[in-house]
Design a protein around this ligand. Structure first.
Ligand code: E4P
Length: 217
């Protein structure tokens, strides 16, 4: 499963990229607002840090304007994935862009039927939002399982990008179901490295090593 980070904080992105485990980045207008930076500049910087797909979202609601915004975003770098909302105009834009060989991430997906439409429109990624789905009393992970089944039934190449990930269990369940990608805030990704028994084990080994009076070199 690929790991994308869901942030526009370039320091966090650079730190996580240094682990060699980061495959891409997702942003959205809220994250750009939080960064306090200019949209095009921040996307350009992210694309220079991470060679994998970097999602940049259009804000227009009609197809023509989405295409105009996408043309601007596409010029930033080859690894920009155009993010469009799951609407009629968004999918129209998705179809046009994917026919032109552009990576498209269809966002704000909350049903398996929406995911089916996005795959038919040639989306590179479909982003079902599990956390927001859970928030309103639905089972976000069941949505991922349903989409996996449908995509496998018809051999769709669209990658399932689990979004709105809030905690490590979302990551674990995504991997068990066979999602292609998950995008999570930096804190969730960092939490995956941690286990109290790992820390305790290191502490014990180092204490005993000190008693040997040796050094490796
Ligand atoms: C994904 O591309 C979205 O930016 C993101 O995962 C939304 O997450 P949220 O529901 O925590 O805002």
């Amino acid at each position: 499963m690929k790991f994308f980070v869901d942030t526009a904080d370039t320091k966090e992105i650079a730190d996580l990229a240094a682990t060699g485990l980061l495959d891409g980045v997702t942003t959205n207008p809220t994250l750009i607002h939080k960064s306090g930076r200019k949209f095009l500049e921040v996307v350009e910087e992210i694309c220079s840090i991470v060679p994998g797909p970097v999602s940049a979202e259009v804000v227009a609601l009609d197809h023509e304007e989405m295409m105009r915004e996408a043309a601007i975003l596409r010029k930033i770098a080859d690894n920009v994935a155009i993010k469009v909302p799951l609407t009629v105009d968004g999918l129209k834009t998705c179809k046009k862009l994917s026919d032109e060989g552009v990576m498209v991430n269809v966002t704000l997906c909350f049903s398996a039927n929406q995911a089916l439409l996005a795959a038919k429109a040639g989306a590179t990624f479909i982003s079902p939002f599990v956390g927001r789905h859970d928030d309103i009393g639905f089972d976000g992970m069941q949505l991922i399982a349903d989409i996996r089944q449908i995509y496998d039934n018809y051999d769709f190449g669209t990658e399932i990008l689990v979004a709105s990930v809030r905690h490590p269990i979302h990551v674990l369940e995504s991997a068990k179901i066979g999602a292609d990608v998950m995008t999570a805030p930096p804190a969730v990704i960092r939490s995956l490295f941690k286990h109290p028994l790992t820390d305790k084990g290191i502490e014990g080994f180092l204490a005993d090593w000190a008693k040997t009076g040796q050094s490796i070199g």
